[in-house]
Structure formats: structure tokens, C-alpha cells
Design a binder for this molecule. Structure first.
Ligand code: CO
Length: 158
């Protein structure tokens, strides 16, 4: 299992670099993806971005029901005006008890995302609700943004 980079750490605050087709053909890349997948499942996460395992490259993985969606150079090309507020947490942001904590974050309800898959093919996915939220959270990691930056801290919850 890979170690998760924890907040505060500069790695989590950098803008990650795009991945080239050459990077994709490197066998180490496939190893990295399987290790990330294993780590996400082990930690019971719903998504993981490469900066969270110490690599500032534009790669995210997201759980989509029983499957794991691997998205390379993901880019949101369309988003709904409507947003939805739900609690979010992050494997890189732990409370004093050493566990992730949850805060409400407003996210676009529907998004359309272009990305490259592991075979180097250009893909598009239209996501709503939970999946849309997870993808937005993970793409934020690629731009050095954490959910705590966007959390609606003033809304007190019991
Ligand atoms: Co996160």
C-alpha cells in the first residue's frame, strides 16, 4: 500500500503536470495505477488523486459503483448551473483523532468531463450527483485545491 500525503504538505498545493502518451506507455505507470487502486480500496476511499501519493501528475481514480474509473488529464468541459451541498471528506485531511472528517461542500450537480483512459483513448463521461462530486473533488487535487478550501464552514452541523 502507498503512503498518503497528508495536509499540510506542499505537494498537495501544487498544480500537477499533464501526462503524455509516452508516460502512459511506461510500464511503471500501470503499476502506479494498480497501487493507487489498492490503496484507495484499502483506505476505504471513494477516490484518489496522484498528488495524494506524492506524484504531481494529472491522474485521478474514482470509484464508480463496483468499478474504478481511471482518468488521465481529466478536464471538466461542462457543468450544471445547479449545485448541491453534501458532506465531503478526504484521505489527506485528518482530524486530531487521525481520521478523515466531513464538511459540507457545494458542487455542480452535473458535469461533463473529457479525459484519457489507460489505453490512451480520449473519452468523455457525463456524471451526476455522487460521481460528479467525487470527480470534482479529485480534479481539485490536481490544481492544489482541497475540500477544506471550499467547505461551508459557517453552516454549523451537529
Ligand atoms: Co481528497
Amino acid at each position: 500500500m502507498l503512503d498518503i500525503v497528508l495536509h499540510p504538505n506542499k505537494i498537495l498545493r501544487q498544480v500537477s503536470a499533464p501526462i503524455t502518451l509516452e508516460d502512459l506507455s511506461n510500464p511503471e505507470f500501470k503499476t502506479l495505477i494498480s497501487e493507487m487502486t489498492e490503496t484507495m480500496i484499502e483506505k476505504d476511499g471513494v477516490g484518489l488523486a496522484a498528488p495524494q501519493i506524492g506524484k504531481n501528475i494529472r491522474l485521478i481514480i474514482v470509484k464508480n459503483q463496483e468499478q474504478v474509473l481511471i482518468m488521465i488529464n481529466p478536464k471538466i468541459i461542462k457543468k450544471s448551473w445547479a449545485k448541491k451541498i453534501e458532506d465531503e471528506g478526504c484521505l489527506s485531511v485528518l482530524g486530531s483523532d487521525g481520521l478523515p472528517y466531513y464538511l459540507p461542500v457545494a458542487r455542480h450537480q452535473k458535469i461533463s468531463v473529457n479525459y484519457t483512459n489507460i489505453s490512451g483513448e480520449k473519452k468523455n463521461i457525463k456524471a451526476t450527483n455522487f460521481l460528479a462530486r467525487a470527480i470534482q473533488h479529485e480534479i481539485d487535487h490536481l490544481d492544489g485545491v482541497l475540500f477544506i478550501d471550499k467547505a461551508l464552514k459557517n453552516e454549523t452541523k451537529n
